[in-house]
Design a protein around this ligand. Structure first.
Ligand SMILES: Nc1ncnc2c1ncn2[C@@H]1O[C@H](COP(=O)(O)OP(=O)(O)OP(=O)(O)O)[C@@H](O)[C@H]1O
Ligand SMILES: Cc1cn([C@H]2C[C@H](O)[C@@H](COP(=O)(O)O)O2)c(=O)[nH]c1=O
Length: 218
């Protein structure tokens, strides 16, 4: 990853659609932002900067039914590269705490397993995009696919449901199974939370993991 010193801490939030990552990230931000001030960087994938947000709009647009699965995987990786270069690396060099809604594990789970283009192939492509940079901690919000999808159907406006949300349950089952495999393969980095619990409990457990990984910010 070059010769720069990445003294900050990088934490990603992962899980199937509707697992509650974004809600938990919002609640955690509200609890810690006053104490951390500009040491805290909240960001998301795909997105986090204007170029990556433009790529996000293309990927998630429900009108793009013709998108090839490898094109989709390459676009996620391109958005990630730009996000890393423009947002994550500068923050880590500046000693900040980065909390990111999704990162490379999403591509392995969704494109590798969900789209069935191969978890190893997607991991390899992302090795190029990320130069091997992995989070210090990944919090995996685990819910059965049908629970997440039910939450989305219950709470989201029809125009907020994206191209991936509308995939069938079998797709989301493969995504969840891949996340569980990733967690089992790298339990030191990826910590699982039972995200079927009530929101306050999920938030408390996620915040505890963050404080254990990055105690110097608290
Ligand atoms: N622990 C929970 N129990 C019940 N409902 C929840 C819980 N956490 C979040 N929700 C609700 O589920 C819905 C999806 O939550 P959220 O948008 O945070 O999920 P997400 O993991 O970010 O999903 P996506 O990846 O699809 O954006 C929201 O309406 C939210 O209020
Ligand atoms: C980073 C990334 C994301 N996805 C999918 C997962 C979700 O369905 C959407 C992003 O929407 P969110 O509401 O912001 O979670 O994109 C993916 O398939 N591959 C990826 O690498």
């Amino acid at each position: 990853m070059g010769s720069s010193i990445l003294s900050g801490t990088f934490i990603s939030f992962e899980g199937p659609d509707g697992a509650g990552k974004t809600s938990a990230l919002r609640a955690i931000t509200a609890q810690i932002m006053d104490g951390l001030g500009d040491q805290l960087v909240i960001t998301r994938e795909p997105g986090g900067n204007p170029i990556s947000e433009s790529i996000r709009s293309i990927i998630l647009d429900r009108a793009n039914t013709a998108m090839d699965y490898r094109t989709e995987a390459l676009l996620y990786a391109a958005a990630r590269r730009q996000h890393l270069a423009q947002t994550i690396l500068p923050a880590l060099e500046a000693d900040q705490l980065v909390l990111c809604d999704r990162y490379v594990d999403s591509s392995i789970a969704y494109q590798g397993a969900g789209r069935q283009i191969g978890e190893d192939a997607v991991a390899e492509m992302n090795q190029f995009a990320t130069d091997g940079l992995l989070p210090d901690l990944t919090i995996y919000f685990d819910v059965p696919a049908e629970v997440g999808l039910r939450r989305i159907q219950a709470h989201r406006q029809a125009d907020q449901v994206d191209r991936l949300d509308v995939e069938k349950t079998a797709f989301h089952d493969r995504v969840r199974a891949a996340y569980l495999r990733l967690q089992a393969a790298d339990p030191d980095r990826i910590k699982r939370i039972d995200a079927t619990q009530e929101p306050a409990k999920v938030v408390e457990q996620a915040l505890t993991l963050i404080k254990q990984t990055a105690p110097r910010y608290f």
